[in-house]
Structures are given as structure tokens and as C-alpha cells.
Design a protein around this ligand. Sequence first.
Ligand code: PLP
Length: 375
Amino acid sequence: MRPEAVAAMTAELGAVGNPSSLHASGRRARRVVEESREAIASVLGVSAGDVVFTSGGTEADNLAVKGLYRARRSADSGRTRVLASAVEHHAVLDPVEHLGATEGAEVEWLEVDHLGRVRTDLLEKRLVGDPSSVALVTVMWANNEVGTTQPIAEVAALCAEHGVPLHSDAVQALGQLDVDASTVDSLAVSGHKVGGPHGVGALVLKRGLTLEPLLHGGGQERDVRSGTLDAPSIAGFAAAVLASESDRAVRTARVRRLRDDLVARIVADIEGVTRNGDPHDNLPGIAHLSFDGCAGDALLLLLDAAGVECSRGSACSAGVPRPSHVLLAMGLDPATAMGSLRFSLGHTSQQSDVDRLLEVLPGAVARARRAGPSR
Ligand code: PLP
């Protein structure tokens, strides 16, 4: 966590008061929550009343996808189609699939190009035919695996033209890119991606848009999300959002330089390495690479043993590694997808970290290649 977030959160942890209580302690806690809401709203370019606090990005995405679908469907039983980009995070992908499996949603996965960008020409084709049958479109702001930024302004314009609500998962984008939440109908953000605490996030929901809540209870957060508000986490989240916005330009330029250096040196030093994702419109701290002829998992463990921590490009379900749906949607073959890794840089990353990776990577790749690709 960023020090500003630790300070704001720890200052609240010892304080008494439920933000929904009317007594003085409650009112004090409420003030913390409302000031935090205003801070987050101002960074996102919306009014404070649009921000609904949640337990994180996963809950915000579930609330938007299920809540908007159910509300739209119950108002108009003909609105059954859900259009979702094929490269969404599981926090969107799985609720969409759930609606398809259990609630009659007709799910259409929006194609992406080889860089992972949603094909807006194909989205338009899907919308023009029968927009009144579409309950929801969901396209993330930037991809968590390969870092590609989506053409969200174009997607938003198409959705607005056809009167269809657009949800965007901006969990990875906040703190890295200029995120104007007023351009979409709902937007998910998360504390721990901006140097705030885990377990807190928000859904930005345009006023006037109704959704069915996931949680029923005390009616907090405009009745959209019941549950006692976690004032310390919310204070930490807001402090992190403000801090990451105030140093965003300088920090992301520095991280981008480090990342570009990392990619250029790896591609120059090691044969059979391909960079994935959009090389121009992307998150500054993500480098996603495919290594020919080796298993990503083996390489990851070899690097971990050498003190370099990275992530694989594949999801693991029930202990069985599978190629990433993102890479497959971009047209990579399963073997290449399984030989891919994501290297992430953040505000604490230094040139020495990149140098260390370059020291150990050639040997690790050679060893992983001797062991062969995933079977
Ligand atoms: N969406 C994206 C794009 C993410 O990268 C993540 C987390 O990795 C999430 C959603 C889930 O957010 P949270 O961990 O706050 O539930």
C-alpha cells in the first residue's frame, strides 16, 4: 500500500462509529466516508452521488453485470442479449456466463483483433440489427493480462447511439490512465490496484440507471449495496486514489520507460520471444511475452527461485493449467499461450529490478526450453 493510504486507513482503524449511526461518532465516520466518496468521484469525473462502495472490483463487476441485466430484463422481457468482450477479467466473464447458464441471457462474445482490441465494427453490426434486444454491453477499459487499452470512447458512442447501457471494468486502468467515468454508464474500480487496501472498491453508477442489488439488508449506498460501510478501508482507498492521481503523469512515464527497456532488452537478448498486446495504447506497467518452446509455469517457477516474481498468462482451474482465454481470443495458439508470462511493474519498480530480470532470464528460458513446452 502507498504510505498515504496506510496513514489514512490506520487513523480510522481505532475510531468508533458506524457511518450509518446518527450519533456524533457515527456522523464523524460518515464524514470520512463522504469525503472519500467526493475525492474518488472528483478523480473519476463524476458526482459523489454516483459512487457506490463495494468490497472490491469483483463485487462491483458482479453488481453491474447481474444487476443491470436483471433490472433491464424485468422491465422488458425482450432484452435478453448480453454483449461482452472476449477478453474480460473473470470478474465479468463468469457473471456473464452465469446469466447465460441460469437466467436465459443470450451471451455474445465480442471479437478482438490480434492486439486484443475490441472490434468496434463488429460491435456496431451486432447493435444495429436489433438494439432493443440488448440488455447490456460490457467492455473493460484496459486488459489485465496483456495491458491493451480498449477503444472505450468509440464503444461508448455506439452504445449511446443505440440506447444500450455500457459497463466498463476499469480496475486496471485507474491510477494508470485518464479514466473519465462519465463516459460510460457504470464502471468498476478496486482499491488494491491503486496502492490502497484489498477488499474495497466501488461501482460508479450513472444516476437514473436502476439495477437489482446483489445484497439485501440495511439499504446502505442508495439501496444498491447493503452492508455496514468499512470506513477505514474507504479512507485508505480514497487516499490511494488521490495520491496515484497526483503523481500519475510522472510515475507512469517512469514506469513506461522501465517497461519499454525491459521488453526491448528481452527481445534483443533471447531468441523466440514475442511481445503480446497493443504496443502503443497500453497500461504502462505490463509486459506480456510469449517464449517459444517452453512452459510458462516452468519458467515462472525458475524465475521465482531466482527472486523474480511474475504471473503466467494462463488461468488455472481445479489445478489444471489452461491457456488464457485472452490470448486465445487474440488468435494465439494454445501452445504459445501456455508459454507466455506477464511481467508487471509498479510504483516501487527500479532499473535494478529490470537488470536483475535480464541477468537471470536467459538461463531460465534455456532450462525451461530443455524441459519442453506444456503438454
Ligand atoms: N477486474 C480486473 C481487470 C482485475 O484485474 C481484477 C483483479 O485482478 C478484478 C477485476 C477483481 O478485482 P478485486 O480483486 O478487487 O476483486
